[in-house]
Design a protein. Structure first.
Length: 321
């Protein structure tokens, strides 16, 4: 049946569950046979996959390489990988014979990241309720288990920082000859990358402040914790921005002190305070920045310790001594 845009944007959990039940009993399509039309849950996951992949060329080469979530979606939908990438191209408007409804849907969702990610969560919730496991359909945007949509770790990303990232992505696409992304696409990818980084850092730090141990112990939002870069986001390249070893989790007070240069870490992960903090006579400062409240050294329960070059950068460029 044909779908109008309301079937996507107003998708309810019961409707999504019914669609998943239809997908799960679907037979594989043989060579030369026509595949069934895409259901809204399938199309919405393809749209979310476009954000996860970033701006790429949705040709046969991408289908062959098979990065997540393309192979997972193909297996789950009983479709060929080229079908998934063709649907993504349809959404983007990159195919002359692509469906106009797909293009209208993407135009609506690329301008409203919150709506797209909330629909993604509805589709995943319906999938789980109909028996689709995380192995069959991984949470490739890592947004499944939040009570309300909210990206983690966005504090470092202001408008000027996004402009810097956008220019970097434009330069990259000029070098490799690929089609340039829109500013909205660059923004969506930056936000998702930062969300993934923040979540990985919080998990690595045991959902607690590494400096004092503050935690609400439930790993839900709001955590009152910050996941910040050791080498700042602005000064890092794409790889460094996503590296869990470039991050620490901290309560708001110690996060602000770390960013301002009043706290740093030695190569042995000992906590070092600035002269300004150490010499303060303010009772609150002395409480927050001395034992037993402030830990003598930090630990990473997840096992990924900060890289030495990031620590050196922080001590040399940010720490006030």
């Amino acid at each position: 049946m044909p779908y109008d845009i309301s079937h996507y944007l107003d998708l309810s959990l019961p409707d999504a569950e019914a669609q998943w039940r239809s997908v799960l009993v679907r037979e594989e399509v043989g060579p030369g046979e026509n595949q069934v039309d895409y259901l809204p849950v399938e199309t919405l996951l393809c749209a979310a996959g476009m954000v996860a992949l970033g701006h790429v060329s949705y040709g046969s080469g991408l289908a062959t390489k098979g990065p997540t979530p393309i192979p997972e979606l193909a297996r789950l939908f009983r479709r060929r990988r080229t079908s998934i990438t063709s649907k993504m191209a349809n959404l983007e408007g990159g195919r002359s014979r692509g469906g106009k409804s797909d293009q209208r849907l993407w135009e609506a969702l690329r301008d409203d990241h919150g709506r797209l990610f909330e629909l993604y969560r509805v589709v995943l919730a319906a999938a789980r309720r109909t028996g689709v496991t995380p192995q069959q359909l991984p949470d490739f945007l890592e947004l499944e288990h939040s009570d309300a949509f909210e990206l983690l770790g966005q504090d470092e990303i202001d408008e000027s920082a996004v402009e810097v990232a956008f220019r970097e992505r434009l330069d990259q696409h000029r070098e490799d000859g690929s089609e340039r992304p829109s500013e909205r696409q660059a923004l969506a990818r930056v936000r998702i990358d930062q969300h993934r980084f923040a979540k990985a850092v919080l998990i690595n730090c045991g959902w607690a402040c590494v400096f004092c141990g503050f935690t609400l112990e439930d790993a839900s939002r709001p955590t009152l914790l910050r996941a910040s870069h050791i080498k700042p986001w602005r000064s890092s390249d794409d790889r460094e921005r996503r590296d869990v070893r470039n991050g620490v989790a901290a309560c708001p007070t110690h996060d602000a002190a770390f960013d301002a240069g009043d706290l740093t870490l030695s190569d042995d992960l000992e906590v070092v305070t600035s002269v300004r903090v150490a010499s303060s006579s303010n009772p609150a400062v002395r409480l927050m920045f001395n034992a037993p409240f402030l830990r003598p050294h930090i630990a990473m329960p997840g096992g990924y310790v900060p890289r030495l070059d990031y620590l050196h950068w922080h001590r040399e460029r940010i720490f006030l001594s």
